[in-house]
Design a binder for this molecule. Structure first.
Ligand code: FAD
Length: 406
């Protein structure tokens, strides 16, 4: 089996892995990124970037390329209850120039990060190969093996980074337990319809007949729709056939009922998403650190996952450079990342849980409380605090420019 040696072996070329690889390479470290997908035609989830992610991508130097490739600025988030706007969150009130949500296909984000990574001579991108095992020296992780059979390759590294998403194989290979949090008690049916002349310029949650619906513009010419259902409720509804399902969705979002009737013609037009939250019990062990969805996973409420993945990369960057410069890859050093980050992640999980309950819960009590609570929130300083937390996170995260040499 052939082998190579590097400073950092990043497993997973998603938003977390590529952002981190770029930072490490620009700090002078040798980096290898191993990505399972052969091309950019991957299954992506999540198209909304919060202002905090936009600011960090700007600091990374990739935002201009992203903007050149497309995307829509969305100005507000609205909760619309039976035609009445209960909550109206105005992103334009945030500080410029990051005073909007950016809706863009995640492919554009990945392509722009990939392009920036390709320009670094000390960064080696291996696409189309999966990591299937880790290399240990006693209890210490010292590398990873990707590919299989005659094509298997060993990559030895000062430190391995698991950035391989919610179902992280590296996490499993390292024997790190993962706890699901049942914060989101809904399933989501995910689909797109043509926008035609009906772009909304915002993210909206509609509460009308039946289950709530999330809707936003999807670049370049679609509307992304997410129909939330009680957990495990889809099979019962789907058994009654496409006519019934289509009718239920149309009732749930009356302004788009005709487009749904026209464009949803088969159950295969709908994707049922496995939506869950959770965290790994530890985010580091000797020679290994977990970031992004591999360390902590989030449901779609409040569009937090991409923000957090990029913030993780920026936060772990100085920790990893210190570890490299002192040649110390011990868990005590690498866990500094978890110490800094876990409290913020716990706050995001708690906030998402409250948002989910406030917007999606059903029943006469919830229906009576919702307008009062929404009004109260809109007129108190809490509104500003919550908006800032959703947009930027619990505490400021910034790129450590002083570590960059390229
Ligand atoms: C329905 C839904 C909607 C969402 N909407 C939003 C949203 O609007 N905004 C938002 O911010 N977040 C959203 N999210 C969350 C967001 O998609 C994730 O949090 C984010 O993609 C995490 O980035 P990551 O880099 O950690 O992991 P991922 O994006 O999952 O990337 C992991 C990468 O690792 C690769 N990989 C996996 N296993 C291996 C292996 N063994 N070897 C090599 N490579 C491997 C994968 O191919 C992938 O490219 C949503 C999530 C869901 C479920």
């Amino acid at each position: 089996m052939t082998s190579m040696t590097t400073d950092f072996c990043v497993v997973g070329g998603g938003p977390a892995g590529l952002s981190l690889a770029l930072l490490l390479a620009r700090s002078g470290a040798d980096v290898v990124v191993i990505e399972r997908a052969r091309s950019f035609d991957r299954e992506y989830r999540g198209e909304i970037l919060q202002p905090g992610a936009l600011e960090l991508l700007d600091q990374l130097g990739v935002l201009p390329e992203i903007r050149r490739r497309g995307g829509y600025e969305l100005e507000r988030f609205q909760l619309v209850d039976h035609g009445r706007v209960l909550m109206d969150v105005d992103y334009r009130s945030l500080r410029k120039p990051y005073n909007f949500l950016l809706s863009l296909p995640q492919r554009i984000l990945i392509e722009a990060l990939h392009l920036a990574c390709s320009a670094q001579e000390n960064l080696h991108l291996i696409d189309g190969s999966s990591v299937n095992s880790l290399i240990f020296d006693e209890d210490r992780v010292v590398g990873a093996v990707h590919g299989s059979g005659d094509g298997a390759r060993q990559v030895y590294a000062h430190c391995v980074v698991a950035a391989d998403g919610r179902y992280s194989k590296v996490r499993r290979l390292a024997g790190i337990e993962y706890d699901r949090i049942e914060a989101f008690e809904h399933d989501v049916l995910w689909f797109k319809i043509p926008a035609d002349e009906r772009r909304v310029h915002e993210v909206r949650v509609y509460r009308d007949a039946g289950s709530p619906v999330l809707l936003h513009d999807s670049y370049p010419d679609r509307l992304q729709v997410g129909w939330t259902l009680p957990h495990k409720g889809y099979r019962r509804i789907a058994e009654r056939g496409i006519e019934h399902v289509r009718g239920e969705i149309a009732k749930a979002v009356p302004p788009y009922a005709d487009a749904i009737r026209e464009h949803i013609t088969s159950l295969t037009d709908l994707t049922l998403l496995d939506v869950f939250s959770g965290t790994a019990r530890q985010w580091a062990r000797d020679g290994l650190v977990l970031i992004g969805d591999a360390a902590h996973t989030h449901g779609p409420i409040g569009a937090q996952g991409l923000n957090l993945a990029i913030q993780d990369a920026v936060t772990v960057h100085p920790v990893l450079m210190r570890s490299l410069n002192t040649r110390n890859d011990g868990v005590a050093v690498l866990s500094e990342f978890e110490r800094q980050r876990r409290p913020s992640i716990q706050k995001v999980h708690a906030l998402q849980s409250r948002q989910g309950k406030a917007m999606l819960s059903a029943g006469p009590v919830a229906d009576a409380i919702r307008p009062v609570a929404a009004k109260l929130l809109s007129y108190t300083p809490l509104y500003r605090k919550v908006l800032n937390q959703i947009a930027y996170g619990d505490r400021p995260v910034r790129v450590h420019y002083e570590l960059l040499v390229a």
